[in-house]
Design a protein around this ligand. Sequence first.
Ligand code: NAD
Ligand code: GLY
Length: 365
Amino acid sequence: MKATVNVGLGVRSYDILIGNGLLDRADHCIAPVLAGRPPIIITDETVAKTQLPRLQSAFGNEARTIILPAGEGTKSWLQLERLIDALLDLGVERKDKIIALGGGVIGDLVGFAASILKRGCGFIQVPTTLLAQVDSSVGGKTAINVRAGKNLVGSFHQPALVVIDPTVLETLPDRQMRAGYAEVVKYGLINDADFFAWCETHAAKILAREPHALVKAIEHSVRAKAKIVAADERETEDHRALLNLGHTFGHALEAETGFSDVLLHGEGVAAGMALAHAYSARIGHLTAEDAQRVTNHLASVGLPVSAQDAHVQASGQRLVEHMLHDKKMSGGKLPYILSKGIGRAYVDHNVMIDDVAAFLDGIAR
Ligand code: NAD
Ligand code: GLY
């Protein structure tokens, strides 16, 4: 075992276990939480081929499995209904803890299903993408996408346990690794300038899955996220909102590309973080040098840093219209996560949307 991080939420507190090979030792780390109930593993078709056999054999092949299609389209009413029916057919009980083995798509869908099944059963996150390991598996945000937009139907439902085995990333495509890495960098940019500097010097090792650098990046990220979630579980203050750094600009780019493989979520966050820092410099809150430093680092690992890099040709006006559908809109205003320095992100409630549109027209195309 490398590390245990606790998410301190009173009766909803839980551990995040991080260690190479944990997947093969699920009989030790997950079985005790199942309290004698048979394991039910939900995964997608890709992870079923690559990582599911490890988890199944750790349970002596007694686990029952539900395998869903891979991809963002699985976060849908249709797949939610199928999943819930399949779980009911397996006789799932309220005290059960179903296991989500996969990336953010499986984690978000299974977490939402768990939150409504029999008025709420338990679940365990076993994240298999870097993005899910450092972000989506922790914190209890669950959701599906609906016709009106992404993640618009969901709940806060904390897992009972998160098991992170970095060795599962050996089969993850490099592009998905880079997309997840954007969320690692995010923690440095939010409130930890030293961690950002460490990322600048260790990015290549992390992306090459060098064990020491990878485990450190994951552990540091989940500690940062656990702290923020414990302080503001339901994002009722400006604290958890900081985790949305890069997401407002990124969401507009993702919406323009139809939330498709043209632009992965983490890639949208990377371009969004570069744009949020460039915009902060435009309004005089950040130095141009710091904004450029952020752009340089993200670009150096092959992440997009502009609308053009993200294959988006839309006008600034069109992009801000996407932003206005953001679920963070409150009283007709959209809070932006901007920066006053590397590691000094803040929530700005006074951004003028027309100015954002002009900024995007000026630099992003
Ligand atoms: P994903 O779950 O679609 O996984 C990406 C691809 O990698 C899929 O094709 C999957 O089958 C494949 N894959 C997963 N693990 C693999 C492995 N070990 N080896 C080989 N292939 C593997 O995408 P994601 O980037 O993990 O998650 C994106 C989703 O997460 C979005 O829906 C986003 O909204 C959500 N999200 C949620 C939160 C949250 O707090 N709940 C935070 C960030 C993102
Ligand atoms: N990924 C943003 C959050 O968990 O709040």
